[in-house]
Design a protein. Structure first.
Length: 190
C-alpha cells in the first residue's frame, strides 16, 4: 500500500533510514523533504504512540503515522461538515474534495438520496446483523485510515445511513444493489 513499516525502519542505521525515507518520498511523487524533514519525522513520528495521529507537513505534502506504519501523500481537505447534496445516481457525483461517487449497474436510485459528510454519532444496520452499529467502530474495525474517514461521503435516506463510501453498506443498501447487480464506487483522489 506504499506505507513504510516503522519496526523495520527502526532497525536501520540512521543514515540508511534517512536515505530510505528520501527515496520513499521521491517514489511517492512528493516534493523533496526540507532540510529538517528527516529529523522531524524521526522525532515526531517514529517514536509517537500508535494512536497519536502524528504527522509532518511540508509543501502541500504529509507523512503521518497510523498504527505501526508511515503513510505519505498530498494533503487533502476533508468534506466540510455542513456539506450535503441530493443525488439520484443517474450520473457520477463530483464531491467538493475532487473525489467522485458513482452508481454502477443501475440507472438510478428509486428516489434521490442525500450525500453528506460524517459529523459523528452515525449508526448503521449492517448485513446479517440484528442491531445497529456505530459507524466509528465499523470504520475502526475495517481499518479505514483516519484521513480517508474525513473525506468519506455518506449516503442517507432521511435519517437512515445507507453507505459510507463504497466499502461499508447497510443491509438495505446491500440488498438493493445486489438485486440489481449494481455497486457503488467512491473514487478518492490520490
Amino acid at each position: 500500500d506504499g506505507s513504510l513499516d516503522i519496526g523495520v525502519l527502526e532497525t536501520l542505521p540512521s543514515e540508511r533510514r534517512a536515505r530510505v525515507l528520501r527515496r520513499w518520498i521521491d517514489a511517492a511523487g512528493l516534493p523533496p523533504l526540507p532540510a529538517n524533514g528527516i529529523a522531524q519525522i524521526e522525532h515526531q513520528l517514529l517514536h509517537a504512540r500508535q494512536d497519536a495521529e502524528a504527522r509532518f507537513d511540508w509543501s502541500g505534502a504529509r507523512v503521518q503515522r497510523w498504527r505501526n506504519a508511515l503513510h505519505a501523500g498530498r494533503i487533502r481537505a476533508p468534506l466540510a461538515l455542513d456539506w450535503s447534496q441530493p443525488w439520484d445516481g443517474r450520473s457520477p457525483l463530483a464531491l467538493p474534495t475532487g473525489d467522485r461517487l458513482e452508481l454502477i449497474g443501475a440507472d438510478a436510485f428509486d428516489a434521490p438520496l442525500r450525500v453528506h459528510a460524517r459529523v459523528g454519532g452515525e449508526r448503521m444496520l449492517l448485513p446479517e446483523r440484528m442491531h445497529h452499529h456505530s459507524l466509528r467502530h465499523v470504520l475502526q474495525e475495517r481499518k479505514v485510515a483516519p484521513w480517508l474517514r474525513a473525506r468519506m461521503p455518506l449516503l442517507s435516506d432521511g435519517d437512515e445511513l445507507l453507505a459510507a463510501g463504497d466499502a461499508i453498506l447497510s443491509a438495505r443498501m446491500a440488498a438493493w444493489l445486489q438485486a440489481r447487480g449494481a455497486c457503488l464506487r467512491w473514487i478518492a483522489v490520490a
